[in-house]
Write a protein that binds this ligand. Structure first.
Ligand code: URA
Length: 201
């Protein structure tokens, strides 16, 4: 299975590199999925940031630390889940100072393109529970009209193979909106219940 994911990453990289003008023509910096291939749970973020590019691992910066704190509060260890991003390169645009780059939102075409690849990655890892974190992975998986504010904490069945899709907010949204802390706590503790129920079946 490790070989399959390695092949998949290579294919993704080659495909993206073949698209003219992708990422505003800025060099693509890839970060691929990480974690156990036997994971029951697959967490899906938006795209890697600067810290992730530096360490070549998803969710190792501030958003990653928030996520880890909440997961640990319900005894979910990072090594037991598979973490990936819908878009596997840093979404960059030029910063104010020459030679610097900042993050930018995903374009609609990038989300559409991400779908094909994410479904292939899901086919390889075969998680039982898929957790899109935020609007970008949610729209990638369930369609562009979906909205995280309406979908978080709900269970979607029969939309991605036999898996359960359980969307939650992106952990970075807690940085800008402290009032989401409580909502996040409830959604994560319900994720624990979804995992427990799945294991019992
Ligand atoms: N935010 C994401 O969506 N993904 C990461 O890997 C890090 C931050």
């Amino acid at each position: 299975m490790k070989d399959l994911i390695h092949e998949f990453n290579k294919k993704y990289e080659e495909y993206m590199l073949s698209i003219d003008g992708i990422n505003n023509g800025i060099k693509l910096e890839f970060v691929f999925g990480d974690g156990s291939m036997n994971s029951v749970v697959m967490l899906v973020g938006e795209a890697p940031g600067k810290d992730e590019v530096m360490l070549k691992k998803p969710f190792v910066g501030q958003a990653g630390r928030i996520l880890q704190r909440f997961l640990e509060s319900v005894d979910i260890e990072r090594q037991d889940v598979y973490i990936t991003n819908a878009i596997k390169y840093r979404l960059s645009k030029e910063g104010k100072r020459p030679g610097t780059f900042v993050n930018r939102p995903a374009k609609t075409e990038e989300i559409e393109l991400a779908r094909v690849f994410l479904l292939e990655e899901i086919d390889i890892v075969k998680p039982v529970i898929i957790v899109p974190m935020g609007n970008v992975p949610l729209k990638t998986l369930l369609g562009k009209n979906m909205n995280i504010g309406e979908c978080h904490g709900r269970i979607f069945e029969g939309v991605v193979n036999d898996a359960i899709v359980y969307p939650i907010y992106h952990p970075a949204s807690l940085i800008y909106n402290r009032s989401l802390e409580k909502v996040y706590e409830v959604d994560i503790s319900n994720l624990r219940k979804v995992i427990n129920d799945t294991m019992r079946k």
